[in-house]
Write a protein that binds this ligand. Structure first.
Ligand SMILES: C[S@@+](CC[C@H](N)C(=O)[O-])C[C@H]1O[C@@H](n2cnc3c(N)ncnc32)[C@H](O)[C@@H]1O
Ligand code: SF4
Length: 452
């Protein structure tokens, strides 16, 4: 039963997610898995990244289709015949070729890696499977390690999209965050990036910092909108235990971030972005001119995430090893230990957590649709689960009714979607919807499980 349901749900899209674990300096707010480099043997690290990418790609069942010239186009055409519309995110057909549509170099600070390392990992991916020329290849870049010439070298290595950690356009805030760049550096990097990767540059802007006020933050956003490209991510500061900022707030040397002000910044920021033509497609992500990130999208399509590198997280079905259950996989955190494991076993997976069947229906029908907010929910849902309508699922739910009355959720003959106001509190909406969905999923008879 599980195999059938999973075969149906899992998208053919594989998204390698290589991590570069080093940073120039620890930012005061960050609790990601990162290390300050001390005599890093980059050639050895590169070999390990390549080895682990090859192992995980093989385990995930992705492989190269050797069909000759034009084969990729043939595969795509065959998929369309099987019911997948080109450009549609609906990917529930059982006839879906495993393929890589995006690679995302994250970290840490991957712009500190040499372009040669990035090229080697991409080469490993391209050897293992078909990597179409239009695949999205993103690199997270910090302004101080992303001069124009370095960015150009990353472009030559195969990167075609940048995500710039700008964080703020206020020097005092950047200092508070422990960043190594100034507002001027950030704007200069942004300009260079857009020259080299027009239409494919994203920026991260933080909000809700200690003592930050709504007006000045909105002015930063406006300034950014005068020069940014088509993708913006807004991140509300999360005060993480173990960080310098957490200690400073705890000791009273900095005021605690004000959640009311942060909520106001977020709401006003969304409106400003909407006014500027951006469409919100996730809690933090905004895009215009169709510049949505394929990598972000893969998650909501229940695609296969292959976390490669120290501390990387992934989620995939190890089909290449005969697996049927989607797993969360966490790689060993510390780079030297991770490298030893990769050299011994071909990968440094520290933990494998089988994801229950109950988790499976969630990303595709609920999270995905809510994040993209289309109207065709009922129609797509019917393809996914013909035995159970959306009304069966949510129509009688008291919680859903309340959310509708509050204007956060809309349920009608066209489907289920969240309103503009609802999108702002998506996480809490999803909690309610997921618990209802899981309840209904458990009550299904096995005969109602779609066959894939
Ligand atoms: C892990 S960082 C990696 C990117 C790159 N190293 C940088 O700093 O720009 C990705 C993004 O996560 C966000 N981030 C990291 N820690 C955060 C925190 N505690 N609260 C909110 N956002 C955070 C930052 O905006 C950052 O750009
Ligand atoms: S550069 Fe990025 S990953 Fe590194 S410490 Fe700063 S926020 Fe974290």
């Amino acid at each position: 039963m599980a195999g059938a349901a999973q075969g149906h749900l899992s998208s053919g899209s594989h998204a390698p997610y290589p991590q570069w674990p080093y940073c120039e300096k620890r930012c005061s707010y960050c609790n990601f898995n990162k290390y300050i480099p001390r005599g890093v043997d980059e050639a050895a690290l590169r070999r390990c990244l390549v080895t682990e990418a090859q192992t995980l790609l093989r385990l995930s069942g992705v492989r190269r289709w050797v069909l000759g010239a034009g084969s990729w186009e043939l595969c795509r055409a065959a998929e369309q015949v099987a019911g997948i519309l080109e450009g549609s995110a609906m990917s529930s057909s059982p006839f879906s070729f495993p393929r890589v549509e995006s690679v995302f170099f994250g970290g840490g600070t991957p712009s500190l890696a040499s372009p040669h390392t990035v090229a080697a990992v991409l080469e490993a991916v391209a050897q293992a499977t078909h990597l179409p020329a239009d695949s999205e290849v993103t690199l997270e870049a910090n302004p101080t390690s992303a001069s124009g010439s370095r960015l150009a070298a990353f472009g030559a290595a195969g990167v075609n999209r940048l995500s710039i950690g700008l964080q703020s356009l206020d020097d005092a805030e950047l200092q508070l965050l422990g960043r190594t760049h100034s507002a001027r550096d950030a704007l200069q990097t942004l300009e260079e990036a857009q020259r080299l990767f027009p239409g494919r540059v994203s920026v991260d802007l933080m909000l809700g910092l200690p003592a930050q006020q709504v007006g000045p933050w909105l002015r930063q956003l406006q300034e950014l909108l005068r020069c940014c490209d088509d993708h913006v991510s807004l991140y509300q500061l999360s005060l993480e235990r173990g960080t310098t900022l957490f200690t400073q707030v705890q000791q009273g040397s900095l005021p605690a971030p004000d959640p009311e002000l942060a909520a106001e910044m977020y709401q006003e920021g969304r409106a400003v972005l909407r006014e500027a033509g951006f469409r919100q497609y996730e809690v933090s992500n905004f895009a215009r001119n169709g510049a949505l990130s394929t990598h972000n999208w893969t998650y909501w399509r229940c695609g296969q995430y292959l976390g490669v590198g120290p501390g990387a997280h992934g989620r995939f079905i190890p089909q290449g090893a005969g697996g049927h259950t989607r797993e969360a996989r966490i790689q060993t955190l510390e780079p030297d230990s991770w490298m030893k494991e990769v050299m011994l076993f071909g990968h440094g997976t520290r933990r494998r957590i089988p994801l229950s069947e109950l988790e499976l229906p969630c990303p595709l029908p609920t999270l995905w649709f809510l994040h993209l907010c289309p109207f065709l929910f009922s129609q797509h849902w019917q393809q996914f689960e013909p035995q159970l309508t959306l009304w069966d699922l949510f129509g009688a739910s008291k919680e859903v009714k309340e959310l509708q009355e509050q204007g956060l959720l809309l349920l009608d003959h066209r489907g289920l979607r969240c309103s503009w106001e609802g999108l702002a509190v998506l996480d809490s909406l999803l909690l309610s919807l997921l618990s209802r969905l899981q309840e209904a999923w458990q009550q299904r008879t096995p005969s109602s499980v779609p066959r894939g």
